[in-house]
Design a protein around this ligand. Structure first.
Ligand code: ADP
Ligand code: MG
Length: 239
């Protein structure tokens, strides 16, 4: 199996404070990986280092076998979806989705093709002329995902994309994200503090606590054979 993302002895400190102790991890191409853990456990920091939005204190990050430890975010073949959708309020849905493509000088017809394809996948076809203010929370989040899709990234990075949605919508969007992964077959790294999201979506889960990985495994492995009390209680395992 080809490795999409590799972290080799990655460490992060802010001044004297260590927030990620040596982490090593290999993610297969097409795999859906969830990073879970309580608030402050370093999930976002780890994801942002993969994205290139945060520098690495020690260690290496490889994407598609290429060392990107010092590469710009735009040169990594990744696209990130944030918790706050950060849509441009004065642009319609079409222009919001197309925005990054316009910056990277794609032809008009190529942009149109990609935006329409993303709109089809996300069921936004009828909403392309609306402004973000005329959308529901779930629709806005789909536009934010559309912006990532049009860039054809090798790896999608999600940082708690559903945490601003109410419970019912969260369940619906969780299904959408599962469908998206099945349809695109892309590698996805998904940060969440919601165990249920991780258990239902992920091929493998990385459990973080106290600045380090507690356990990596398939959902059922973590449930049936948690390595320690923290993993057991976090996953809700009876073991
Ligand atoms: P999570 O996403 O799991 O809630 P974070 O990765 O945001 O956790 O944070 C991990 C730790 O790093 C926290 O203790 C947080 O306070 C600290 N941290 C995050 N960003 C910074 C920063 N820019 N400067 C100093 N400390 C930071
Ligand atoms: Mg976070």
């Amino acid at each position: 199996m080809k490795q999409a993302v590799q972290l080799r002895n990655v460490r992060k400190t802010y001044g004297d404070v260590e927030v990620i102790k040596q982490v090593s991890l290999s993610i297969d191409e097409g795999e859906f990986i969830a990073f879970v853990g309580p608030s402050g456990s370093g999930k976002s920091t780890l994801l942002r280092m993969v994205a290139g939005l945060e520098s690495v204190t020690d260690g290496e990050i490889l994407i598609d076998g290429k060392d990107v430890t010092f590469a710009e975010p735009s040169d990594r073949g990744i696209a990130m979806v944030f918790q706050s959708y950060a849509l441009y309020p004065h642009m319609n849905v079409y222009d919001n989705i197309a925005f990054n493509l316009k910056l990277s000088r794609h032809s008009k017809s190529e942009i149109e093709k990609r935006v329409n394809e993303a709109a089809r996948i996300l069921r936004l076809e009828e909403l392309l002329q609306r402004s973000p203010g005329q959308l529901s929370g779930g629709q806005r989040q789909r536009v934010a995902i559309g912006r990532a899709i049009v860039r054809n990234p090798r790896v999608f990075l999600f940082d708690e994309p559903l945490s601003n949605l109410d419970a019912a919508l969260r369940v619906q969007m969780r299904l959408e994200i599962g469908r998206l992964h099945a349809e695109l077959g892309a590698t996805m790294i998904y940060v969440t503090h919601d165990q249920v999201e991780a258990m239902t979506l992920a091929d493998r889960i990385v459990v973080l606590n106290n600045c380090e990985i507690q356990q990596i495994g398939k959902p059922m492995e973590l449930y049936q054979r948690p390595r320690n009390k923290f993993v057991a209680s976090f996953i809700g395992s009876p073991n």
